[in-house]
Design a protein. Sequence first.
Lengths: 432, 152
Amino acid sequence: MKTVAGNAPAVADSGGGAAGGRAAGRDPYDVESVRADFPILGREINGKPLAYLDNAATAQKPDAVIEAVSGYYRQTNANIHRGVHRLSVEATEAYERARGTVQRFMGARRPEEIIFVRSATEAINLVAQAYARPKISPGDEILITTMEHHSNIVPWQILCEQTGAILRVVPINDAGELCLDEYEQLLGPRTRLVAVTHISNALGTINPVAELVATAHRHEVPVLIDGAQAAPHLPIDVTTLNCDFYTITGHKMFGPTGIGALYGRYELLEDMSPYQGGGEMILSVTFEKTTYNHVPHKFEAGTPNIAGAIGMGAAVEYLNQIGLDRIGTYEQELLAYATEKLSRIPAVRLVGTAGHKAAVLSFLVGDVHPHDVGTILDQEGIAVRTGHHCAQPVMARYGLTATVRASLAFYNTRAEIDRLAAAVEKVREIFA
Amino acid sequence: MFDLAELYQQLILDHNRSPRNRRRPEHPQRCAEGYNPLCGDRVTVYLSVGDDRITDVAFEGSGCAISTAAASLMTEAVKGKTVQEAKALFKRFQSMVTSGGPAMGEPGDRSLGKLDAFAGVRHFPARVKCATLAWHTLNAAIDDKTNLVTTE
C-alpha cells in the first residue's frame, strides 16, 4: 500500500497508532491511504470524482491484485499440474499457494476442501448437480429463502425439474429478516438441503447462519451458504459455522472476475461424482475406463483460471492486511451515517431495515422510478445499482419491481454519502 | 457532460406525470407485451387497425419516466397513421435516440414533432431501451397478426 500521511478521521480506533508505514494494520483506520491503493477511484465521471457505491455488484481492484495478475502473465505464465519445466512448476506453486490462502481465509481445515470455480454461481450449480442430484428422489425438498439471489434459486429449480424435487421457501418479515420459526417448521423429513445466503445482496440483511446451520443439522439436513456478499465484509470461518458448503466469488472481494471458490466438507467432496469431465480432473484415461483425480482436482476440469486464482489470493492477502474486523467496524459506522442521512430526506423510503445489516442501502425516492434516479446520480459521478438486483422474488415480496441500491465498501467515505444525499435531493427537484 | 434538462424535458416529465392513452381498450384487435429484462419494466400495447390505418392505440404498464413518456407520446404520434407510416416513424425515432437521426440537410431530416423531446436520450446509452421499449412492442403488435387479444 502507498504511504499517505494520516490525518483521516479516526474511525476504528482512537489509539495513537504507529506513524508512517503502511495503512494496513495502522490505527486509526486511514481511508484516504486505502483509497490510494485503488487506481480507478481517481477517475472522474461527468466531470465529478467517481463515487463508487455499487460494490455489491462488483468491487474495485487494488494495485496489489492488478499487479499479481499482470505479474503472473509477465513472469510466470504456464499451464499447471503438468510439465516439468520451470515456469509450469512456478505457476503450479502460485496457483496452489492461492488455494492455501483462500483455505485459511475461509477457515477450512485443509486446502483440498477449496475448489476453484468460475463464480459463486458455478459453485452452487456444482453442488446442485454433483452433490444433490444423485441423492434426490421425487418429492424430496430443497429449502431456500425469499431473499436469495437468482444464483441461489435457479440451480435448485433446474434440479427440481430434473428430479421431481420440490422447492420450499422460508419467508421474510417486513424488515427483511428471515422468519426463523417458519424456517424450523419447513425443515421436514423430506428436506435434503438448505441453501441460504449469508448476506442479502438486495437488502443487506446478515442472516444468523451459525444458528441456521445448527437447526438444520438437528434435522440432519446439510447446509450450503452463499457467501458472495459476506466475504468482502466480515470474517468467515466455515469450521466454526460448521456448514457443509460455502461459496465465495473473487470479484466482489476486490479480486478478478471469473474466479470463485467453493468450500465443501472433505468427506462430502470425496463422495461426490465429478461436475464436469475433461483434462486435469483425471488420473488415467482409456476408452474403457477413466479414473478420476483426487479432490479438489476432480472438480477442476480443464485448464483453470490460473491468473484469476492468483489474483483472488492477492485480494485475500490485501483484505488480511487491512483486517476484516477493522473493515467491518468502519463499514458499520458508514452504514449508520448513510442510513441517518438518507432517512432525513422525507421522500426516501428504505427497503430492508434488518437489525443486523451489511452496508447496503436499498431505497426509493418518492414515486420516481429507480432508473431515473440512477441516471441523475450518474450525472453526479455516483455509481449505484438500479433494478431488481437479480433478486426478483425479494422485490415481489415488497410489491416492487426495482429499487436504487447503494452498496458500500471500506474505501467509501462520508463525503461520498453526503454527495449521494445531495444528488437524491436533486432528483426530487427535477421530479417535483 | 450533458445537461439533465436535455433528457428530462418538461414534455417528458408531463407525459410521465399524466400519460395519455394509458388504458385497456374494450375490444383491441391486437396486443403485444414488451419486457425489458434489464430493469423488469413491462409494457402492453393495444392496437386496432382499420383500412391499414391505426384507429386506436393504447398502452398499459409502468416504467421509468423515459419509458412511460415514450409510450404516451408514441400513442399520440401514431394514431391515425397508416401501418407503414408508423413503422417508418419508429425507424426514425430509433435512429434519433441511438445516433441522433439523419444528418442535417439529408433527406429525411425533418422534425419528429413532439418526439424530438427524446433527442437527448442519445447521450444516455443506458436509457435507449427505455425510450424504444413501447415502439418495439408496437412493432410486434403490428407484425404479429396471430397475437390477437382474446375477448374472454
